[in-house]
Design a protein around this ligand. Structure first.
Ligand code: NIG
Ligand code: FE
Length: 418
C-alpha cells in the first residue's frame, strides 16, 4: 500500500530551490513558505505549498499520516559531504600535544597523526569498526544529517582499505542514512613505502583502484594533496587514473600549505575541492568557473587554530560553497552541525541562507546527488528536518545548540526513534 504523509502548519518551510548547485549570490536566494505543508508519497515529495493550498487540493485523506508542525520550521535534511567516520582508536594525546604547540604536519612527519590511526585501524576487526561507525551515524542523524560521505584512508594497504570500505557499505545497509563512499588510500604514504611516494601511487593505480572498482566499493577517489604528503604531480597522476576507471574525484586541497590543489581540482573537473584554507585567488576563480564545489570544513580550522577559508570571497567570486564536518580522529574530532553553522556565520561571514544552501543542496552537489536530495521540491526524496523552533535562523542564532527535533528520511520518521 502507498505510504502517504502530510506535514501541515509548519511555521516555515525553508529551502534552496533547484536541481543544480547554487553559486555565488544565488546561494542566498532561498524559498520561504509560511504556514507550510508538504505532501509525501512513498518517500518522494509530491507537493509543497501553504497548508491552505494543500488542504484545498484534498491532500488530507484518511490514509494520510499527518504531522502537525505548528511553531516549527521544516528544512531539507543536511548533507555532510566530507567525513572520515570509520576509523579505529583515538588520538587524545596528539590533541594535547597540539595544544602545547606542536604543529599537525610535524606530528604526521614523526610517524604519528594519520599514521597512528592507520595502526589502530589495521588492528581493528570489521565488527568493531562497524559498530563504532553505526554509532557515529546515529549521532549525526540526531543533528539532522540525512546523507553522509565516508572515506577510507586509515588502512593504506589493500586489505584494510577494502575492510574500511566494506564497513562503510555495511553502515549504509544497516542505517536509515544514505552513505556515499570515497577511497582515500592517498591519505598518507604508508610506512612500507617510506620515502617512496611515487611507488605507492603506482601501487594504488595498478592494484587498489581496479579492485575497488571491481567490487564497486567506492564512488569517489580522494587525495591529501599537501606539503610532505602527496604533491600536485602525484595527485594528478592518481586522480587521472581514477577518472579513467570511472571514479568521481575529490581533493583535500590547499589545507595547510598553498600547493595548488584548488587549481588541480578545477583542471580535472573534480566534484569538489575540500578545505581550501590557503587557496589562491586564481584557484578560487578556477573553481567557480569549472563548477567545482568548494567544500569548506571550518571545524577543522577551528580545531587546528588555523585561519578560516575565505568563504565570503569565494561566494562573492561566484563559487558554489558547501559546508561539511570533516569528522576524523585527528585534525577534527567533531561532527557537530551546530558548531559548523556557528563558525560559518560568525567567523566566515556566511549569511544564514547561504549556510543553509551550503549544508543542503550544495552538499548534495558535492556528492553528485543534487537531482535527488538537498531541497524540498516536487520529485525529490523526502529527507526533512523539523526544528524545535519556528525560524531557520535559529540554526545560527541558537549558537552551538542542536535545534533539530525530528528527522524524516525517505518519508519515514527516523529520529527520534519511537
Ligand atoms: O581532512 N587532512 C587530511 N585528512 C584529514 C585528517 C585526518 C586525520 O588527522 O586523521 C582532514 O583533516
Ligand atoms: Fe578530511
Amino acid at each position: 500500500m502507498m505510504e502517504q504523509i502530510l506535514i501541515i502548519h509548519a511555521s516555515q518551510i525553508v529551502t534552496p530551490i533547484g536541481f543544480e548547485m547554487k553559486k555565488g549570490k544565488a546561494m542566498g536566494e532561498i524559498c520561504l513558505i509560511e504556514d507550510g505543508a508538504i505532501y509525501i508519497e512513498d518517500g518522494i515529495i509530491k507537493e509543497v505549498g501553504s497548508t491552505e493550498e494543500l488542504l484545498a487540493k484534498g491532500r488530507l485523506t484518511s490514509e494520510c499520516e499527518v504531522i502537525d508542525a505548528e511553531g516549527k520550521c521544516v528544512l531539507p535534511g543536511f548533507v555532510d559531504s566530507h567525513t572520515h567516520f570509520v576509523f579505529g582508536g583515538y588520538r587524545q594525546e596528539e590533541f594535547v600535544k597540539r595544544l602545547q604547540g606542536t604543529p599537525y604536519l610535524d606530528i604526521l612527519k614523526a610517524g604519528g597523526g594519520i599514521q597512528s590511526t592507520v595502526k589502530s585501524t589495521r588492528e581493528a576487526d570489521f565488527e568493531s569498526l562497524f559498530n563504532a561507525g553505526l554509532k557515529r551515524l546515529d549521532d549525526m542523524l540526531a543533528q539532522g544529517v540525512t546523507t553522509v560521505e565516508g572515506k577510507s584512508g586509515y588502512g593504506l594497504d589493500l586489505e584494510t582499505e577494502l575492510r574500511q570500505l566494506k564497513v562503510i557499505k555495511a553502515c549504509e545497509d544497516n542505517h536509515p542514512m544514505d552513505v556515499a563512499a570515497t577511497y582515500l588510500g592517498a591519505h598518507a604514504v604508508p610506512k612500507e613505502y617510506a620515502d617512496k611516494g611515487d611507488d605507492y601511487v603506482a601501487y594504488m593505480i595498478s592494484e587498489v583502484l581496479p579492485e575497488i572498482k571491481k567490487q564497486e566499493l567506492a564512488e569517489f577517489c580522494d587525495i591529501f594533496c599537501e606539503e610532505g604528503v602527496f604533491d600536485v604531480a602525484q595527485s594528478k597522476k592518481l586522480l587521472e587514473a581514477a577518472k579513467q576507471l570511472g571514479f568521481k574525484i575529490k581533493i583535500h586541497a590547499d589545507e595547510i600549505v598553498q600547493l595548488g590543489g584548488g587549481e588541480l581540482a578545477a583542471e580535472l573537473g573534480a566534484s569538489s575541492a575540500d578545505h581550501l584554507l590557503m587557496v589562491s585567488d586564481k584557484g578560487i576563480a578556477a573553481l567557480a568557473e569549472n563548477n567545482v564545489v568548494a567544500t569548506l570544513l571550518p571545524a577543522t580550522a577551528f580545531c587546528l587554530a588555523k585561519p578560516y577559508a575565505k568563504a565570503r570571497q569565494m561566494i562573492d567570486a561566484g563559487c558554489g560553497v558547501a559546508l561539511a564536518s570533516d569528522l576524523n580522529p585527528g585534525s577534527c574530532f567533531t561532527n557537530s552541525i551546530p558548531l559548523l553553522f556557528a563558525l560559518a556565520a560568525i567567523h566566515m561571514k556566511m549569511m544564514p541562507e547561504e549556510a543553509l544552501t551550503a549544508m543542503t543542496l550544495n552538499g548534495a552537489a558535492a556528492l553528485g546527488r543534487e537531482k535527488n536530495i538537498g531541497s524540498i521540491e516536487v520529485g525529490k526524496q523526502a529527507d526533512l528536518i523539523i526544528l524545535g523552533y519556528p525560524d531557520y535562523r535559529f540554526l545560527v542564532y541558537h549558537t552551538g545548540v542542536n535545534v533539530v527535533e525530528q528527522v524524516i528520511k525517505k518519508g519515514k520518521l527516523v529520529y527520534p526513534v519511537a
